[in-house]
Each structure stands twice: as structure tokens, then as C-alpha cells.
Design a protein around this ligand. Structure first.
Ligand SMILES: *[C@@H]1O[C@H](CO)[C@@H](O)[C@H](O)[C@H]1NC(C)=O
Ligand SMILES: *[C@@H]1O[C@H](CO)[C@@H](O)[C@H](O)[C@H]1NC(C)=O
Ligand SMILES: *[C@@H]1O[C@H](CO)[C@@H](O)[C@H](O)[C@H]1NC(C)=O
Ligand SMILES: *[C@@H]1O[C@H](CO)[C@@H](O)[C@H](O)[C@H]1NC(C)=O
Ligand SMILES: *[C@@H]1O[C@H](CO)[C@@H](O)[C@H](O)[C@H]1NC(C)=O
Ligand SMILES: [Zn+2]
Length: 289
């Protein structure tokens, strides 16, 4: 009887150790792009995304075949602005080095301010307040400005401020030129991203933030999706734009990977479970002798 209990205990431990002692999932991937379809939001004056059928059926040869044509403006949906978009002689889409498209990122949460004011612009003091709480903005980081604007997608009236072609009616938050100047002078970010249609706010006429950042070869990511799922820091952003020769920007798949979120408490729990399992194993092993 004892030897049966002992053997059962040993079998149980063989199951327990890998199941309970297994490290928690160490990474999580987050989609930061909107799909391209007939709802994708473009600048009011730009050409929207078209996906037109070429063929979709079984062929006379008996095999299945599907193909479509695509066309759109470079600037719409989730996309990258190459610095060339507002800065002569700076990088075009194909000239942005790959290491500029990937890197550790931070999120500046301005959603409560944007909730009260659709024309809100991130200021230098927003950046300084973030630093007081979370430490200095690290060098070569990708900075994401989060206004909670994704909750309006794909409703143009809410997201752009208008569903008309009149650009004077655009209302959405952005980055104040003072904040862009402050970043360029005092910090070393390699790319910025925003969850609105443009890094300058809707009412901008001079697009100063575009001018200031792109003159320093700092590309911009616009209409970044699902930023609400990101933490403040501790994640890596990957931006994979279409490789357009001479492009001023283009459609971009953007995603993030969260860093190891296993806390020391999780690790201690795993170790405790394993030690307990080994002790039970030894105890029943002795009893069964
Ligand atoms: C948009 O695409 C959906 C899914 O393909 C389709 O059902 C719908 O009719 C399209 N709407 C327009 C306005 O083209
Ligand atoms: C697809 O092919 C079948 C025959 O293989 C045909 O009956 C049908 O009409 C085709 N559908 C379209 C949309 O062309
Ligand atoms: C978009 O938002 C506007 C303003 O809130 C609302 O009137 C309209 O019904 C919404 N459109 C859709 C398709 O939900
Ligand atoms: C665009 O909107 C502005 C602000 O409401 C208005 O003054 C202007 O007349 C409009 N332009 C056109 C072409 O409708
Ligand atoms: C931007 O900077 C200028 C010049 O220092 C200053 O006059 C203005 O108040 C600043 N605006 C904001 C919103 O920070
Ligand atoms: Zn753009």
C-alpha cells in the first residue's frame, strides 16, 4: 500500500514540477496597427485605401486562386512619416536605417487632458512631469504620445473632428512645437509615435512639430493603434514600413513586445513550489521504502 502511495506521489511530482514550476509567459506581443480596409481613415484631401478584386475562385485548372490590386496615399491609416515628408534632403522611407525602426519605447499618457480638450497639445512640462515620475527619457528611445484617441476609430467625425474635406474643421490632439524643440535640444529620441492622425494637432497650419523633428531625421508614426494596451515603459516597438523608393512615408505594421513581466514574487513562488514538490517526493519516497 505504502509503495503504491509512494509511487503515485512520485508520478504526481513529475507532473507538478513542470506544470506549477513552469516560468510564466515571459513576453507578450501587442498589435499597434489598424487594418487597411474601406474604413481606414485618411487625411480629408488624400486618396483612401482601395483593395480591388482581380480574381477569387477556382480556376479552370481546378486550383484555387485569389489576387487583388491595392492603392492609397502614403499618409493614412497606421503609417510612417519619413523625415523627407517635411524636411528637404532628409531620409526618404527607404533611407531610414533599420535600427531606427526598432527599439525600447516609452508612453506619455495625456489621455485625461485630451478627454477635456480635443485641441490639446503635449507641452515641455508634460515631458518634465513624466520624467519626475518615471526617470529621464532614455537616449535612443521611441517616444509614444498617448491621447486615448483610438477609442474614436474608425468614426471620422470623432477621430478627425469632421467627415468633410474642409481641413479647417480638423480637431484632434498633437505635440506642441515647444515640446518638439525641447526634445530635440535636450533629449535624444530616435522616433516619435502618436495615436492621432498627425503629430501636429488638428488646428495646426504650419506643421511646426513635423518641421522640427523631421529636420533632425526623427521619423513619426501616426494613427498608432491600441496604445491603451501598453505600459508606461518596459517594451520594445517594431515598425515595419513599406519599402518605397523615394517615399515620403508609407503604410506601416507596428507592434510591441512587452519585457519580462515576471516579478521577483512570481519567481519566489515558483521556487517555493518546486522545493515543496521535492520535499513531498522525498517524504513519500521514504514512507514507501
Ligand atoms: C466595406 O467592406 C466590407 C467588407 O469587405 C463590405 O461588406 C462593405 O460593403 C464595404 N463597404 C463599402 C462602403 O464599400
Ligand atoms: C466561381 O467558379 C464557379 C465554377 O467553378 C462558378 O460557378 C461561379 O460562378 C464562379 N464565381 C464567380 C464569382 O465568378
Ligand atoms: C460617429 O460619431 C458621431 C458623433 O458622435 C455620431 O453622430 C455618428 O453616429 C457616429 N457614426 C457612426 C458610424 O457610429
Ligand atoms: C471651412 O471651414 C471653415 C471654418 O468653419 C470656414 O470658415 C470655411 O468657409 C470652410 N471652407 C469651405 C470651403 O467650406
Ligand atoms: C512656447 O514657447 C514660447 C517661447 O518660449 C512661449 O512664449 C509659449 O508660451 C510656449 N507655449 C507653450 C504652450 O508651451
Ligand atoms: Zn503622415
Amino acid at each position: 500500500m505504502n509503495s503504491i502511495v509512494g509511487r503515485l506521489a512520485i508520478y504526481a511530482v513529475f507532473f507538478l514540477v513542470p506544470v506549477l514550476g513552469k516560468p510564466v509567459e515571459k513576453s507578450e506581443w501587442i498589435e499597434l496597427s489598424y487594418p487597411f480596409n474601406n474604413e481606414t481613415i485618411y487625411w480629408p484631401t488624400a486618396v483612401s485605401f482601395k483593395h480591388t478584386l482581380v480574381f477569387e475562385n477556382y480556376t479552370s485548372g481546378g486550383f484555387y486562386y485569389a489576387s487583388y490590386d491595392i492603392s492609397a496615399s502614403e499618409h493614412g491609416g497606421t503609417h510612417i512619416d519619413a523625415p523627407r515628408h517635411f524636411a528637404a534632403g532628409k531620409w526618404t522611407a527607404d533611407q531610414i536605417p533599420l535600427h531606427h525602426l526598432i527599439g525600447p519605447a516609452i508612453k506619455i499618457d495625456l489621455s485625461s487632458k485630451a478627454d477635456q480638450n480635443a485641441d490639446y497639445e503635449m507641452t515641455p512640462s508634460d515631458l518634465q512631469e513624466w520624467e519626475k515620475k518615471h526617470g529621464k527619457i532614455p537616449d535612443n528611445v521611441i517616444l509614444l504620445a498617448f491621447f486615448g484617441w483610438g477609442k474614436h476609430w474608425p468614426n471620422k467625425t470623432m477621430y478627425l473632428g469632421t467627415d468633410l474635406k474642409n481641413t479647417s474643421l480638423l480637431h484632434f490632439p498633437g505635440i506642441h512645437p515647444n515640446a518638439s524643440s525641447w526634445l530635440v535640444k535636450n533629449r535624444k529620441v530616435k522616433m516619435v509615435g502618436i495615436d492621432t492622425p498627425s503629430i501636429d494637432f488638428g488646428q495646426s497650419k504650419m506643421f511646426k512639430t513635423h518641421q522640427i523633428l523631421y529636420a533632425e531625421n526623427i521619423p513619426g508614426l501616426e494613427n498608432v493603434a491600441h496604445m491603451d494596451k501598453l505600459p508606461t515603459k518596459g517594451f520594445t516597438v517594431y515598425a515595419a514600413p513599406m519599402f518605397i523608393s523615394g517615399g515620403s512615408g508609407g503604410p506601416c505594421r507596428i507592434f510591441a513586445r512587452l519585457e519580462d513581466r515576471a516579478t521577483s514574487a512570481d519567481v519566489r513562488f515558483q521556487v517555493e513550489v518546486e522545493v515543496l514538490a521535492i520535499m513531498i517526493c522525498l517524504l513519500f519516497g521514504f514512507l514507501s521504502l
